[in-house]
Design a protein around this ligand. Structure first.
Ligand SMILES: [Zn+2]
Length: 177
């Protein structure tokens, strides 16, 4: 899979280049802003997907852990490192101010969808606490939808669903239980 960036709004569009011939002209319509634009297969305008970038899920284990965005129809796999405080996840759009944007065209992910707060307990243990932003389509933890007031303490490998997209928590492994 390859991706192109919309020249108007910076939205990424992912497509399967193997369906096309080298040098073939393709026309895309951006689902975000409806801008129509063309590319030619085999030119520098096409970026490799992040398969060729570092996707080591354990890379951030010595820091504060990460969220793995599982690849689906709308985007390639992403590994997003976590930081202390509120990690605000949502769909990336141009001008986005959230600190953990996901590069996706999944229309059922809000531009501000859910929040994972990383904090230390009184005993110094790292805690990962999920809440809904609130979003239009909801945030699901182990297939249960969160109410606005819910605060879910996540474990390693916790599965979160937003829109059609699955997120997996990879906690820091420096913590002793
Ligand atoms: Zn666009």
């Amino acid at each position: 899979m390859k991706r192109v960036r919309c020249p108007k709004c910076d939205n990424y569009i992912t497509f399967d280049e193997k369906q096309y011939e080298e040098g073939q002209q393709l026309v895309f319509v951006c689902p975000e802003c409806n801008r129509q634009f063309g590319i030619r297969i085999g030119t520098s305008k096409i970026k490799e997907t992040r398969k060729n970038e570092n996707l080591d899920e354990q890379e951030h284990a010595k820091e504060l852990g990460s969220i793995v965005v599982v690849e689906n129809f709308f985007h390639y796999k992403q590994v997003i490192p976590l930081e202390m405080g509120d990690n605000i996840f949502g769909r990336y759009v141009k001008g986005s101010t959230i600190n953990k944007p996901i590069e996706t065209v999944d229309p059922s992910i809000d531009t501000k969808h859910c929040i994972i707060r990383v904090q230390r307990s009184k005993k110094g243990k790292l805690q990962y606490i999920l809440r809904d932003a609130p979003s239009n389509t909801g945030t699901f933890y182990m297939n249960e939808i969160l109410k606005d007031q819910d605060r879910i303490y996540l474990d390693d490998a916790s599965i979160i669903t937003i829109g059609a997209t699955t997120l997996i928590l990879r906690k820091a492994n420096t913590e002793e239980e």
